[in-house]
Design a protein around this ligand. Structure first.
Ligand code: TGC
Ligand code: FAD
Length: 403
């Protein structure tokens, strides 16, 4: 029996991505923004696009990318330079996430967890000693971090968490488990959210090698296959007192980190949508049916026109949100709107772009199926699609409908 291998080594292909900018949003960016974006775009074309299909097919986490991301400045670009960060604004951060997720959502996950969920809490809530100890190594990619909030029984409702620590005089004793943690199997440190004996949520820095701490990997994912996901298990882990983040406690602390990460996802998912649209646009001009390029049929043009409209709306929303972030004016509900809008828009576009590619659309020759399955995680993590809707409902009515 003969066999058809559809997936060729992607390294033999070139990444011909051209970004849509229908409303000249580039005019709203500074020269520095454009420089940052173009250097990340080149990086993605060289370091991610040629290999990503193979990494995802093999469910392989490319650990070497951690150092490369560090060298490129993808980790914590908003952290001041004195701690190894880029000292950049939030629009720059958004552009970096957009370009990386244009390559792959799993790669953006690696970068946004490190920046927004590990470096951010250490920078915002950590002691000076903690900042000096961890931030430069996290920024350079010498260290990889993860963020443990979700538990097996507490996902959308993290306030119910049962992971806890007891004050043992000269150290804390940590017990419990976290689930679905990006970067966990390879992380050197984990920022873990746990309850004190008084029931107050605090952040603790747990280091690999501490006795009783393990990070079993989660297998068989159909999504984010180039990102590594795992559990964090704490069995009487002795955590030095100096590892507690001293400057903020309560659920608001991890939720502040999520605001920063959700902002990055709003831009990132738009990047994934831009990639799907661009692939569909090019394919529609090349693929001939009924003696014409399929792009000459009205139904294909409708799909492309609607994709471009939605991408343009998301780009404008993201840019304005970035301005408000930089001015310190963005609210959590505004961030929720952008995260929710971008991800659902990107999922719809991935599906439509897949259809434009016909049968070829299901293969690894094109990026849509990979983006689509990745986005199924993105629409769930960092607050599900419906939780963000309820956050908006709360904002509009003043009535929380979560409980
Ligand atoms: P609620 O009573 O509303 O709030 C508790 C306290 O937190 C304050 N707060 C915030 N503070 C800062 N930023 C925000 N966004 C905040 N939202 C709320 C609030 O003012 C209150 O403060 P205080 O001083 O009064 O105590 O909390 P709730 O228990 O009713 O929950 C609200 C809800 C459902 C919106 C929240 O829990 C939520 O967002 N749930 C979704 C959980 C989530 O997003 N998990 C993400 C886990 S991490 C992850 O997915 C990483 S994936 C990474 C990757 O790979 O890229
Ligand atoms: P549940 O909370 O059980 O929700 C199930 C369904 O019920 C959803 O549709 C939800 O919208 C709905 N629902 C829940 N409550 C309500 C309500 N009040 N009203 C209406 N509908 C409701 N977490 C971390 O802490 N760190 C990480 O690094 C991390 N990385 C992740 C990586 C991946 C690949 C994935 C898939 C998840 C990751 N998560 C991480 C966890 C993620 O944040 C949670 O999966 C998410 O918050 C949802 O929690 P859950 O899966 O327990 O779903």
């Amino acid at each position: 029996m003969s066999e058809t291998t559809i997936t060729q080594p992607k390294s033999m292909k070139t990444d011909a991505f051209e970004a849509p900018d229908f409303y000249h949003i580039d005019d709203l960016l500074t020269e520095e923004h454009k420089l940052i974006r173009s250097s990340v775009r080149d990086f993605v074309k060289k370091e991610i696009s040629p290999y990503i299909e193979d990494w995802c097919q093999r469910a392989y986490f490319p650990e070497h990318m951690v150092k490369k991301f560090g060298e490129m400045g993808a980790f914590g670009p908003f952290v001041p330079e004195q701690y190894g960060g880029g000292g950049m604004d939030y629009i720059s951060y958004g552009l970096i996430m957009q370009e990386i997720e244009r390559g792959d959502s799993g790669m953006r996950s690696t970068a946004s967890v490190q920046g927004s969920l590990v470096m951010y809490p250490i920078y915002k809530f950590g002691s000076e000693k903690q900042k000096q100890k961890y931030l430069p190594k996290l920024a350079s990619g010498e260290m990889l971090g993860c963020f443990g909030l979700t538990e097996p029984d507490y996902g959308s409702n993290p306030g119910g968490m049962v992971t806890n620590f007891k004050d043992m005089g000269d150290h804390y004793l940590l017990n419990g488990a976290k689930m679905w943690i990006s970067n966990a199997p390879k992380a050197d440190i984990a920022v873990v959210w746990a309850k004190s004996e008084e029931g107050r949520i605090h952040g603790l820095i747990v280091e690999r090698g501490m006795e009783g701490f393990s990070t079993p990997e989660t297998h068989n994912k159909w999504s984010l296959r180039a990102s590594t996901t795992g559990e964090l298990v704490f069995d009487n882990v002795k955590v030095p007192k100096e590892n507690l983040l001293p400057n903020k406690s309560g659920l608001g602390a991890p939720l502040m980190c999520l605001d920063s990460a959700r902002f990055g996802i709003a831009w990132g998912a738009t990047g994934a949508a831009m990639d799907c649209y661009d692939a569909a646009r090019r394919y529609s001009l090349e693929r001939i049916q009924f003696d014409k390029p399929i792009g000459s049929f009205q139904l294909i043009q409708k799909k492309l026109a609607e994709m471009l409209t939605e991408i343009t709306k998301a780009q404008l929303l993201n840019w304005k949100l970035g301005k408000m972030m930089d001015e310190g004016k963005a609210t959590s509900a505004q961030i929720s709107m952008a995260k929710r809008n971008s991800v659902t828009m990107a999922l719809d576009i991935a599906r439509e772009a897949r259809q434009i590619h016909g049968g070829m659309g299901i293969t690894g020759e094109y990026p849509m199926m990979r983006h689509m399955t990745n986005l199924e995680s993105v629409v769930t993590y960092e607050g599900t699609h419906d939780i963000h809707l309820l956050i908006l409902g709360h904002e509009i009515t003043g009535i929380p409908a979560f409980k």
